[in-house]
Design a protein around this ligand. Structure first.
Ligand code: PLP
Length: 388
């Protein structure tokens, strides 16, 4: 059975060109970039070429790009690095309740080390109010961290406005751009950020590689200590194949960005419209307009999201519950809860995210299969029966 993959926010396949570009750096060009002979210099050259490509994608300078092991490390590095560098002078961080766990678990850790954290609320669409950021600032604020777009509901934050507020206050501003870099325009100057996180496997690059953009002059302590790689900001022998792959992925994404985001927007709207017409008791999550072009997140009243996902999987369609439930926990998603969605409704959530290899045919398949699954599950739903 041909499988239809609609979970690009979780991860993307690497482009064939990415895999091809990486291949020599496992074998004939395997050198350690810290060595001075030709093998090493060849690898170093490849790392620097990739750095230039990432810098171009986000309008940064090459020396402002630091390679990491992924988005999680970039987020940890930004928060912990700035907090530790400010220790003794500033001890306050502002973030939001809908950040990825890579941020929220890091702020939780920093709280155990004496830092104070303000968690800003969001409105029913998942939007942060820039005025709330302004009000939360204190003379002891070291950092503001607000994600560019939310990975679950797709809402894009008013990052430029927050960047202006941070700039006026002279406070560092970090944004987690893991879901946006390579998908929508990301320009560190326009956004007014000091730090920005990127992950390779969300933009058709390899897993286990990412970037923290660090604006020139930003005071930040390293997370990893050891060798002098990455200008002493991130120790450890570079993941040369991964970095090369990420460079190619960034370059290709940049070339296709406008056309591809428009194509995805049309697919998104086709799915949303079709679902509205075919399924009753649907609730669309996230902002109706200020949202990622490739994300549809819905709650399907009177059905368990997980049951739908399992039934879709039987039909060869891969999507996500969007509620990030794990078998160990039946807690609804912190993001949906923050939007004011009841626990019952949150458990019925579904997230479809599209990408490069998604076609209209895939969308139409969902529009054919999903209404049947929902009807079947609802026929067994005591909740719906009691309502009727
Ligand atoms: N931040 C956001 C918004 C994400 O969606 C993810 C991945 O799901 C991460 C951070 C973590 O990135 P990585 O998987 O590269 O560690």
């Amino acid at each position: 059975m041909k499988r239809t993959y609609l979970d690009y926010a979780a991860t993307t396949p690497a482009r064939p060109e990415v895999v091809e570009a990486m291949r020599p750096y496992f074998t004939e060009a395997f050198g350690n970039p810290s060595t001075i002979y030709s093998y090493g210099q060849e690898a170093k050259g490849a790392v620097e070429a990739a750095r230039a490509k990432i810098a171009r994608l986000i309008n940064a300078r090459e020396e402002e790009i630091v390679f990491t092991s992924g988005g999680t490390e970039a987020d940890n590095f930004a928060l912990t690095g700035v907090a530790y560098a400010a220790e003794g002078k500033k001890d306050h961080i502002i973030t939001t309740v809908i950040e990825h766990h890579a941020i929220l678990e890091t702020t939780k850790f920093l709280e155990t080390r004496g830092f104070k954290v303000t968690y800003l609320p969001v409105d029913k669409y998942g939007l942060v109010n820039p005025d709330d950021v302004k009000k939360a600032l204190t003379p002891r604020t070291a950092l503001i961290s607000v994600m560019h777009a939310n990975n679950e509901v797709g809402t894009v934050q008013p990052v430029e406005d927050i960047g202006r507020i941070a700039g006026e206050a002279g406070v560092y501003f970090h944004t987690d751009a893991v879901q946006t870099a390579g998908h929508v325009g990301v320009d560190v100057e326009k956004l007014g950020v000091n730090l920005l996180s990127i992950s390779g496997h969300k933009l058709y690059g390899p897993k286990g590689v990412g970037v923290l953009y660090i604006r020139r002059g930003t005071k930040i302590s390293p997370l990893l200590h050891g060798g002098e790689q990455e200008k002493r900001r991130r120790a450890g022998t570079e993941n040369v194949p991964g970095i090369v792959g990420l460079g190619v992925a960034a370059e290709m994404a940049q070339g296709e960005l406008d056309e591809e985001s428009e194509r995805l927007r049309q697919l998104r709207d086709r799915l949303s419209q079709g679902l509205k017409e075919k399924i009753e008791y649907l609730h669309f999550n996230g902002h109706p307009v200020q949202r990622l072009p490739n994300n549809v997140n819905i709650c399907v009243g009177f059905v368990e999201g997980e049951s739908i996902i399992l039934n879709l999987d039987l039909e060869g369609i891969c999507a996500s519950t969007g509620s990030a439930c794990t078998s160990a926990s039946s807690e609804p998603s912190h993001v949906l809860s923050a939007l004011g969605i009841t626990s019952e409704l949150a458990h019925s959530s579904l997230r479809f995210t599209f990408g490069k290899w998604t076609t209209e045919k895939d969308i139409d398949r969902v529009l054919d299969v999903l209404p049947r699954i929902v009807a079947k599950l609802r026929a067994m739903s005591p909740l719906l029966k009691s309502r009727k």
